[in-house]
Write a protein that binds this ligand. Structure first.
Ligand SMILES: Nc1nc2c(c(=O)[nH]1)N[C@H]1C(S)=C(S)[C@@H](COP(=O)(O)OP(=O)(O)OC[C@H]3O[C@@H](n4cnc5c(=O)[nH]c(N)nc54)[C@H](O)[C@@H]3O)O[C@H]1N2
Ligand SMILES: Nc1nc2c(c(=O)[nH]1)N[C@H]1C(S)=C(S)[C@@H](COP(=O)(O)OP(=O)(O)OC[C@H]3O[C@@H](n4cnc5c(=O)[nH]c(N)nc54)[C@H](O)[C@@H]3O)O[C@H]1N2
Ligand code: SF4
Ligand SMILES: [Mo]
Length: 711
């Protein structure tokens, strides 16, 4: 007999409610949960991918070890013992820095991982910690840290109540929002328009979101920062600063200094850099400032670029100065039931406390930029990484110059991956520890509720019990941590028992504790509401919550002023050749969901999107196999000629490139595509944070053939 179970989708940030029909261990259907107070029945095509992952014959269920080049199954105990033994011997032989760890995107969607991985990482004692954060959103964390006092105090656009939504370098119709958890962005845009508001998109591509917006402007990649700074200057020049209730939080002398610092950034310069006209820029600024409630939102197109930090700082400032922070319809701060923001101890800015060994890039939140992984493995000397752990990440496809990362992994003495597949990254591991995943895992979003446009809460029990002998991610981390610290435990039996008790706690119990501390809801409330609980819209709270040392919003910081100097040096810089940007597709999720037939079927998606003028200039015809080259590598893929991309810009989606020796994902390999990160350059970064710059990479066309070639 079949039953319906309710669960939050854990694939992207949108937290859609799913209604899943199961019969025992069989998944019959995946639909949207109409009663979910947040997503109200909305889902995207990826949701059904949850079933495909569950059913995937290529998914690993037991630990595997590489023996003479072949994978053999081993027991969990053997795997844990061997991994811990190897890690401890590395620590002893080369010192703790010899271990590197990279955590990928699904970690942020995994309650167990989030609550247990910190202990494991501490047990490694290494500073060589990396994650996908530094090829994604470091600029947002830096701006939150400097302006509001905590890296997670990222202000969220209140698109449910805004009248004017300015979207710069984001494609929420496809991505369903990022650092803005908002299911059904299509519906949200329609709602804004129906209440008389406007949506404006600024993007080098006429995107799916742009098509539904009221206005779209093409903009040259990497140039937005000039537009954003010009807007701040325009606000000052036209005396439009309106801090409303936050007036006492912003020191007047800082505002004055900011106004002076912004003076060089004119609309004329912005027009020259972006390719927009002076008239279009001026009317855009005027329309934004005339709206009662407006919000400027920028995502990957202004985060993973060379001036990502300045851009995200500027976006926060535009919202603040125009009176749109901590107010309905502007940028607001969430109050999740499980609060992960703790007041930082005074003066403890977790930024640049140490630097990477080779390139001296700054640490942020205890992590180093992932653009440094390969060099930290391949450059000999004290502190060289000799052993790597990857967890829920695929850096060979997802980080800059990924091919080089693969080459580096080949040189390691030992590598272990906690992952469900033998893919482009984990193929280099000596041991893979595969957790139960997706529908088999209990779920609560501790991270994405923090970024959600409305406060809600939902706990889901596993839809299907994990198989006998399978382990959750958290069980893997706990088993490894216990082994790592076994010899360091105190002799006092009572203290020892306490430490071990804490290390063995179930995520559900930790969640219960966290909710109790938050004081909004209990586990019992959650159990009584399988569709989720609505906790209402975001509310103004900044005056009470601000976490800077002096309780003031910091609009000026030395680090940004210094970075303006770096920007100013590029004022006369022009690009002659083509520049590469990325794109996402509704049926793709970064690099790891291409092993589902229904998600990869249809027209080839890993194409080189190129403008007709550029295609003509290079004698490229539709479908021709084009070899694109950058400073670090080349790829060959079919051309898709379209005016939806700006002239001078080409686009390749990331997350493809599955045809590599050693990968064991049959469907993905049959729809392989190429990896755009074989073109992105690990030296192209946002210098301030070390965040990768994968949008705006200079490339050239090396070759084009009209006949299709195999790759
Ligand atoms: N050029 C370019 N590069 C980009 C981007 C871009 O826009 N352009 N985007 C960047 C962004 S925003 C991100 S977030 C990163 C993502 O980069 P990564 O996080 O490195 O890559 P993913 O593709 O998310 O890989 C997820 C991995 O987790 C595994 N996995 C899935 N479920 C589970 C689970 O339950 N447990 C465990 N242990 N493993 C699991 C999958 O098999 C896969 O190996 O890519 C970045 N790279
Ligand atoms: N379907 C699907 N959904 C996803 C994901 C996925 O892989 N697939 N990944 C998830 C993850 S991990 C993340 S972080 C989010 C990302 O969410 P988004 O940021 O909304 O997604 P992107 O498609 O990367 O959008 C970036 C946009 O910036 C534009 N762009 C590129 N360079 C520039 C530039 O220099 N200036 C401007 N103004 N625009 C530029 C691109 O054309 C693109 O439209 O999506 C999440 N949701
Ligand atoms: S939008 Fe994201 S959360 Fe919603 S169903 Fe699709 S993948 Fe899942
Ligand atoms: Mo991301």
């Amino acid at each position: 007999m079949s039953t319906i179970k309710y669960r939050t989708c854990s694939l992207c940030e949108a937290m859609c409610g799913l209604a899943i029909e199961v019969n025992g261990k069989e998944v019959l259907s995946v639909k949207g949960d109409e009663s979910d107070p947040f997503s109200k029945g909305y889902i995207c095509p990826k949701a059904v991918g949850m079933k495909d992952i569950y059913d995937d014959p290529d998914r690993l269920k037991r630990p595997v070890k590489k023996v003479d080049g072949a994978w053999v199954e081993i027991s969990w105990e053997e795997a844990f013992d061997e991994v811990a033994e190897k890690l401890l011997s590395m620590q002893a032989k080369y010192g703790p820095q010899s271990i590197g760890i990279y955590s990928g995107n699904p970690s942020a969607h995994n309650l167990g991982t989030l609550l247990t991985i910190p202990d494991f990482i501490r047990s490694l004692k290494t500073k060589n910690r990396f994650s996908a954060t530094s090829i994604d959103q470091l600029p947002h964390h830096l701006a939150a840290q400097y302006m509001y006092g905590h890296p997670f105090m990222i202000p969220i656009p209140d698109i449910d109540r805004t009248d004017f939504w300015l979207i710069i370098g984001g494609n929420p119709l496809v991505s369903n929002g990022s650092l803005m958890t908002a299911p059904n962005c299509r519906g949200k845009i329609r709602d804004i328009q129906e209440r008389g508001g406007q949506v404006v998109v600024i993007d080098p591509r006429y995107t799916e979101t742009a098509r539904k917006s009221d206005q779209h402007h093409f903009v040259k990649p990497q140039s937005d920062v000039w537009l954003l700074l010009a807007m701040i200057n325009y606000i000052f020049k036209n005396k439009k600063v309106n801090l409303r209730h936050l007036i006492n939080l912003v020191p007047a002398e800082e505002l004055q200094a900011l106004a002076i610092a912004m003076q060089p950034y004119s609309i004329e310069v912005a027009a020259r850099k972006t390719g927009m006209t002076v008239e279009n820029i001026t009317s855009l600024f005027d329309a934004f400032l005339a709206a009662d409630k407006a919000v400027c939102y920028g995502r990957m197109g202004v985060s993973v670029v060379e001036f990502g930090s300045l851009s995200q700082w500027a976006i926060n400032l535009i919202n603040l100065l125009s009176g749109n922070v901590d107010r309905a319809g502007g940028q607001m701060f969430t109050t999740p039931a499980f609060e992960i923001i703790q007041k930082p101890s005074k003066g403890k800015t977790k930024f640049n406390r140490w630097q990477s060994r080779v390139r001296k890039l700054p640490e942020f939140g205890g992590e180093l930029p992932c653009s440094t992984i390969a060099e930290e493995i391949m450059t000999p000397g004290e502190g060289q990484i000799k052993c790597m752990i990857t967890n829920a990440g695929n850096p060979v496809l997802s980080t800059s110059n990924g091919k080089q990362v693969g080459t580096a992994f080949e040189q390691l003495e030992f590598m272990v991956s906690i992952d469900i597949y033998i893919n482009e990254t984990t193929q280099y591991a000596d041991i893979i520890l595969p957790p139960a995943t997706g529908l088999e895992v209990p779920h609560y979003d501790t991270v994405f509720n923090l970024f959600a446009i409305r406060n809600t809460a939902k706990f889901s029990e596993p839809v299907i019990p994990k198989e006998d002998g399978a382990k959750y991610d958290y069980e893997i981390f706990q088993a490894l941590t216990k082994r790592m610290i076994a010899d360091e435990l105190p002799t006092d039996e009572k203290v020892k028992a306490k430490i071990l008790y804490k290390l063995g706690m179930k995520p559900k119990d930790m969640l219960a504790f966290g909710l109790k501390m938050g004081g909004q809801i209990t586990m019992e409330d959650l159990a009584n509401h399988p569709h989720g609980i609505d906790l209402g819209p975001m509310v103004p709270n900044l005056i009470d919550r601000i976490m800077t040392e002096d309780g003031q919003v910091k609009v000026m910081a030395e680090i940004y002023l210094k970075d303006l100097e770096r920007l100013n040096k590029t004022i006369d810089q022009t690009t002659d050749g083509l520049v590469l940007i990325g794109r996402r597709h509704l049926r793709s999720n970064n690099s790891w969901m291409h092993n589902s037939v229904r998600l990869v079927k249809g027209r080839e998606r890993c194409t080189l999107l190129i403008h007709p003028d550029d295609a003509n200039a290079h004698n490229i015809v539709e479908g021709a196999e084009v070899t694109v080259q950058s400073k670090v590598g080349q790829v060959t893929l079919p051309a898709e000629i379209s005016e939806e991309i700006m002239a001078g810009v080409v686009s390749i989606p990331h997350g493809w490139g599955h045809k590599r020796k050693g990968v064991k994902m049959a469907i993905a390999q049959a729809h392989a595509g190429v990896s755009c990160n074989d073109l992105t350059d690990e030296n192209l970064i946002d210098q301030l944070t070390g965040n990768a710059a994968v949008n705006g990479v200079p490339v050239s066309i090396a070759n084009s053939k009209t006949t299709k070639t195999e790759y």
